[in-house]
Design a protein around this ligand. Sequence first.
Ligand code: AMP
Ligand code: GLY
Length: 426
Amino acid sequence: MKILLIGGGGREHSLAWKIIQSPLCDQLICTPGNAGIAEIADCANIAVNDVAGIIALVQDENIDFVIVGPEAPLELGLVDKLTALGIASFGPTEKAAQLETSKGFTKDFCTRHTIPTARYDVFTELGDAKAYLDEMTAPYVIKADGLAAGKGVVIAETKEIALSELDEFFSGKFGDAGTCVVIEEFMYGHEISFFALSDGKMAMPLIEAQDHKRAYDGDKGPNTGGMGAYSPVPGFDQAMVNTIMADIINPTVHGMAKENMPFVGVLFAGLMMTDEGPKLIEYNARFGDPECQLLMRRLKSDIVEILLAASLGSLDKSASPEWDETPVANVVLAAKGYPNAYAKGTVIKGVDAANLMEGVQVFHAGTQRNEAGALVAAGGRVLNVTATGKDIDQAVKRAYSAIDDAIDWPDGFCRRDIAKQALKNM
Ligand code: AMP
Ligand code: GLY
């Protein structure tokens, strides 16, 4: 089968690495890909939001199955257009992707289907939003309704800060995404990324991971797409999976079907594990990045078979995926300055040497080859250094020793405390 994978991040490199191991895959093309993906698949330089360009490629190349990595093409209705053309694809329709693209939609959906989440309200008027703060206590959680690249959430410690943030949201800080605002109760607990597949009718649990969203050690600094992750999460057991499936994932899949927008794809639930049980922080309609890299390293089953079953609505006939219990860590190397301004084109050495180290597998994110053929940085998050180990401690140490002893990139940085929380609890 000829497969097209959309995206060019670390998530997509790990998906590509796993897809080409499938006997179902005869050829893999990736748009736009990156320097790492180019080593294992064909890449076509089409941007992820160039829906017309992607459709033309699908037709020219007679693609059998399209797997969508990031959220942008989902929001632009790529899956709807492929379905209309009779081409199999993995990912939700534009309407179903609202679970990620509209926080207001998701909060209201949770109310309709009694899915546990923080108390909230949705506002389009500044005055109403400000008045609602009187009903809440600090810290105040304020969110832009639409996609804001993971940055549209503010946690304000005082009412004064919350009021001035609301002024900024409504004066266009996040463009259109910020003119509809969700204000919600602050939830206490630790966060888990939980993944499940849905074929539109039923859900199949995948596994959990723990992300590190802030840029710097000690969970300081600005929010990012994710600076590192590990899986499995110690203490996260089958009973928790059962609770999450029963209280959150299954009602979501059934609710979406009932509301005539069946969700096909990955449900990525950002959960707060509170004293009252797991509560939904947000949904994403795709695999997480950097979490997907861990899922792909732990998955023993054929990824293409699973994603195809979800896409064709036949998860009920599929065996549950098998997972390696060996712990895996992923440490992200980002360009200095990320998530703000950073330099591109700086030379990276030592990735091949890192890949030879025990347990280590480097997935590329924003990388390219320059005219001289050297590997250079081409984005904010640049490399994902994943490593397995007999426990998380060894996995993380192996990832850091690959970074310190093999990879030579003076213009990059990473967090030094990935999985520290888990190690404390061990
Ligand atoms: P989101 O983009 O909705 O996932 O929010 C980004 C981050 O803000 C989350 O990963 C949490 O760390 C934090 N956050 C969001 N909503 C809440 C909430 N209601 N209570 C506590 N923390 C939150
Ligand atoms: N790692 C969080 C995300 O993919 O949104």
